[in-house]
Write a protein that binds this ligand. Structure first.
Ligand code: HPA
Length: 247
């Protein structure tokens, strides 16, 4: 086991962490199978940090095919106790326009058919973990204070709605999510957060808003392209190195 200060899971558009020095690749096979790709462990600001690209380093895995259990179990096996999940999202409510960074405090799960618990296999212990506050408060506070020290603006609240994908949502689906109280929409927030809780990992989300969700922005008929998504993520990600170093 490595004395890891932090594990980071990168989402769409965030496939590496250039700041990692002397990085070595690990690919532990877990009881749930292999993770999405190599886990790169290196030094950042004098601390050992692990990085894993959630979709694989070449973005080859769609959200519903990601082995979330293997990813988290592999990070835990390496020694991680704290996981910062970077998730690319669409913005639904006013404070969450393109290029905003947010650290949500709530979520609603609209995904279906994904293996969403460690209790899946017959004979495994049935876990009913508390999930009232799905993200770990102490880690969220550390993210927000690191952002403050680094001079990076992060909205310190929000409700993340996790959808099945890989298609984007209809305008009616986003309107329903807004009525439900969602501020953000993404495809990978669940079951990852729930599994992290089952595994006893501290877990927080740093959401990067890549676009207005369908029908949500000032131009409700705007078509969302993957190019726009990647361009906004690239622009917003420019703040990540300072934030991560401060964290
Ligand atoms: N919907 C769902 N997931 C997303 C979006 C979106 O609009 N943008 C980036 N990830």
């Amino acid at each position: 086991m490595i004395d890891l200060s932090l594990a980071i899971i990168g989402g769409t558009g965030v496939y590496s962490l250039a700041q990692l020095e002397d990085a070595e690749a690990h690919q532990p096979v877990t009881a749930y199978g292999p993770p999405s790709g190599p886990i790169r462990v290196g030094t950042l600001s004098g601390k050992r940090v692990a990085f894993l690209a959630r979709h694989g380093e070449g973005h080859s895995l769609p959200p519903h095919k990601i082995n979330y259990r293997a990813n988290l179990a592999a990070l835990k096996a390496l020694g991680a106790t704290k996981v910062l999940a970077i998730n690319t999202v669409g913005g639904i409510t006013e404070a969450f326009g393109p290029r905003v960074l947010a650290c949500p405090d709530q979520l609603i799960d609209y995904t279906w058919g994904r293996v969403s618990t460690l209790s899946e296999e017959p004979g495994s212990e049935v876990l009913h973990v508390d999930f009232g506050d799905p993200y770990t408060l102490s880690l969220r506070e550390r993210v927000l204070s690191a952002a403050g020290r680094a001079g990076v603006t992060v909205v310190g609240r929000g409700c993340y709605g996790a959808t099945q994908g890989p298609r984007l949502e209809t305008k009616a689906e986003i309107a329903r999510m807004k009525r439900d109280g969602c501020d953000l929409v993404g495809m990978t927030g669940m079951p990852e957060a729930g599994l992290a809780r089952e595994l006893g990992l501290d877990y927080a989300c740093l959401a990067i808003v890549a676009n207005w969700a369908a029908g949500a922005g000032p131009n409700p008929d705007e078509v969302i392209t993957f190019e726009d998504v990647l361009a906004h993520v690239a622009a917003a990600s420019a703040h990540l190195p300072a934030l991560v170093a401060a964290l």
